[in-house]
Design a protein. Structure first.
Length: 133
């Protein structure tokens, strides 16, 4: 359910459709498909200041072309879109992060691209686009 918060925030901000299909095995590794078969994964963290992290320390688990980080704001029912990365940028800047006993690959928030450049990117691949900040 927490992940859906981030997905809905990204969908609202960028005019994308949320996949409402319920699956027993989860999604394909991405949450949105942009024109040109560009796949975007949203990672929602439940606390501010957290990172964009995979569930493992294997690059093959980053299945999307783009990754977006969201987290809650200080306001109830409000989500911040923190930043984004491409798969290539992720691989070039990855850090090993520790969550309990297992290492995971991720990026710190400061290593992500600014969200305004994501709006520009989506606009470049979409015919009609409006960013709802």
């Amino acid at each position: 359910v927490n992940g859906l918060k981030g997905e809905f925030a990204v969908a609202e901000a960028f005019g994308l459709d949320v996949n409402r299909e319920i699956r027993r095995t989860g999604d394909e590794g991405w949450d949105f498909t942009l024109p040109g078969e560009i796949h975007m994964e949203v990672k929602h963290r439940t606390a501010r200041g957290k990172d964009f992290a995979l569930y493992s320390n294997r690059f093959r688990d980053f299945k999307a072309d783009l990754g977006v980080l969201t987290w809650p704001t200080d306001q109830p029912w409000s989500i911040e879109i923190v930043g984004w990365t491409t798969k290539t940028h992720f691989a070039s800047n990855v850090k090993v992060l520790w969550f309990g006993r297992e290492p995971r690959y991720g990026l710190e928030p400061d290593d992500l691209f600014d969200v305004s450049s994501l709006a520009q990117f989506i606009e470049s691949v979409t015919d009609s686009f409006e960013y709802n900040d």
